[in-house]
Design a protein around this ligand. Structure first.
Ligand code: NA7
Length: 556
């Protein structure tokens, strides 16, 4: 696949939402020679890897898709309110087919290293097939959550059963029937997986370290009226997803929590609970800006948990939540708390009885040994920086990415890294990325990158690289913006890198909201790329006010 050419204008790493659209723009709009390198055996990125039971997107299907082409939008029909993993893969196959993308994608090929060659102004990319490829522009489209975190729990190699990480689930599936399953982790993934596993396995034990909020997703099939509505309102839906801070197809209410009295607030929360999904968060504007406001939502959800879960011990463990609502990624679920009412489901509170080790027969905590046939690690990812660091990138002057990021990621707009000319990072650290309905954030990045490359060609610029002071100013802005929310306060948060031992604590996603971020990026491009070096010509440094103004991300 991809022929025998080894020298390209652009190489793209990853064939998920980002890589596919980037290929289309660079090849079909700019006329570049392009190849996509994808480590997995199929396209789809995170949806190839996350095949665990219950895997489904938390964004609503009519917004979890491309908006760059109305014809594609209207030609595809989603079956449910939220798209399941398989359906997303089918959608991406459909898009790839429509745009004739497969011929420029190499599947099952892993990038093992890439270095910038200063004399030739080219990136030299090595693969696990022993190939050496080169390109002018290297674009990482590797996703934010593709580097699995398998905690270093002693004894895993002694375990006689099978174990799996949810983000590396076998393609052929896993038969859990009749099995005693232990699931570690209760983030968005664990909360989706537990009900599905409980329905299939003989027995499920959930090992919970930190209790988590969750709101019912209220997933359901889409009826013909809804399907028609989405098709007929393409422009309106596109305008909303591009305008709202999180790229979701709904507005965030303007009212604040204490604008209404207790009864009205209760009514609004009940209504939002019935509506379900991430829309719950949008019921008030200030849930993530004020601890006092947030506490009202937190209390409401904790009460719901205690109402649903019949066993008082389980109800206490599940509702004993130590952080503000939605300050970590807020999960949504289908019968998660109800699952703990099943006879075949147990709950272990790891704060009361930490895991000591994994044994041949199961998991040993400070209190008991739990016999298991299968362990499921729903333990998350080395988020945002992990997928980039493992590419083995070396920039100018032989500087490696892990060296330059030893104290945490430094990027300009999350799109480029000082010292790494002509390298673009789709949804890199410092961009809104994981705080946004990702296809929306991805489209903006991919288009900005294609426009930047078009600008370079038009103006005879051969090299673009951000100035260090611009990247540091952007980093300060990202931190400041996060500081205006409750998000950086949460212990263990992967937004901060705090879930990975030894990882530097830097708040990585940009909380300023997608609309604002888009305006900043557009403005920088229109003004001739302040903050970058174009060849050897430094453009003016951006001024603080270029990023500043009201940084406020309601409902992040
Ligand atoms: P998350 O949100 O990082 O959740 C991981 C879960 O695993 C969380 O409950 C962790 O507890 C738990 N965990 C991690 N390490 C351990 C160890 N060593 N022992 C016990 N428990 C552990 O990952 P998800 O996959 O759920 O979600 C990631 C994103 O994917 C999600 O936001 C969506 O965007 C899709 P902790 O809270 O750290 O105490």
């Amino acid at each position: 696949m991809g022929g025998h050419n080894t020298d390209f204008d652009a190489l793209i790493i990853g064939a998920g939402f980002a890589g596919l659209y980037q290929l289309h723009l660079l090849r079909d709009r700019l006329g570049l020679s392009v190849r996509v390198i994808e480590a997995q055996d199929g396209i789809g990125g995170t949806w190839q890897a996350n095949r665990y039971p219950g895997a489904r997107c938390d964004s609503e299907s009519h917004s979890y898709c491309y908006f760059f082409c109305e014809e594609i939008y209207r030609a595809w029909e989603w079956s449910e309110r939220y798209p399941g993993q398989e359906e997303i893969l089918r959608y991406l196959d459909f898009v790839a087919e429509k745009l004739d993308l497969a011929r420029d994608i190499s599947l099952g090929v892993k990038v093992t290293g890439a270095r910038y060659d200063e004399s030739g102004n080219r990136w030299i990319v090595e693969t696990d097939r022993g190939e050496t490829l080169s390109c002018t522009w290297l674009i990482t489209a590797v996703g934010c959550l593709s580097s699995a975190n398998i905690p270093d729990i002693p004894g895993l190699s002694d375990f006689a059963g099978d174990w799996y990480h949810t983000g590396q689930w076998p393609r052929e599936g896993v038969d859990l029937s009749g099995k005693r399953v232990g699931q570690i982790g209760t983030g968005s993934t664990g909360i989706q997986a537990a009900p599905a596993i409980a329905g299939e396995a003989a027995h499920l034990t959930v090992f919970q370290r930190t209790a988590n909020y969750s709101v019912p997703a209220r997933n359901a099939p889409l009826d013909e009226t809804r399907k028609r509505y989405f098709k007929d309102h393409f422009e309106e839906i596109r305008a909303i997803v591009r305008r709202t801070p999180n790229g979701h197809p709904f507005e965030i209410a303007q009212r604040k929590v204490f604008d209404v009295d207790d009864d009205e607030r209760r009514r609004l929360y009940e209504q939002a609970w019935e509506t379900g999904g991430l829309r719950f968060r949008a019921v008030f504007q200030d849930l993530l800006a004020s601890e006092e406001s947030n506490a009202t939502a937190a209390a409401f959800i904790k009460e719901k948990i205690r109402d649903i879960v019949r066993d008082p011990r389980k109800a206490r463990i599940l509702s004993d939540i130590d952080h503000p609502y939605a300050a970590k990624r807020p999960p949504i679920d289908t019968e998660y708390f109800e699952t703990f009412n099943r006879d075949n489901v147990d709950l272990v509170d790891l704060r009361e009885e930490p895991i000591i080790r994994i044994t041949e027969g199961g998991i040993l905590t400070a209190k008991a040994e739990y016999p298991l046939d299968v362990i499921v690690f729903a333990t998350g990812f080395d988020a945002m920086t992990g997928p980039l660091l493992r590419l083995g990138l070396t920039g100018r002057d032989g500087v490696r990415l892990d060296e330059t990021w030893a104290a945490g990621p430094v990027t300009y707009l999350g799109l480029q890294i000082p010292g790494f000319p002509n390298l673009f990072t789709v949804t890199g650290p410092g961009s809104p990325s994981v705080l946004v309905n990702l296809p929306i954030g991805i489209e903006q990045h991919v288009e900005w990158i294609a426009d930047c490359i078009a600008f370079m060609r038009e103006h005879g610029v051969t090299r673009i690289e951000p100035r260090m002071e611009a990247a540091l100013a952007w980093g300060a802005h990202v931190e400041e913006a996060a500081g205006r929310t409750l998000l950086p306060q949460v212990p263990h948060s992967w937004y901060l890198g705090a879930n990975i031992p030894g990882k530097p604590r830097v708040f990585m996603p940009y909380t300023g909201g997608m609309g604002r971020y888009r305006a900043i990026c557009d403005d920088i491009a229109e003004r001739g790329y302040p903050g970058f070096n174009l060849d050897d010509t430094p453009q003016p440094a951006p001024e603080a006010r270029d990023f500043d103004a009201p940084v406020y991300a309601p409902g992040v």
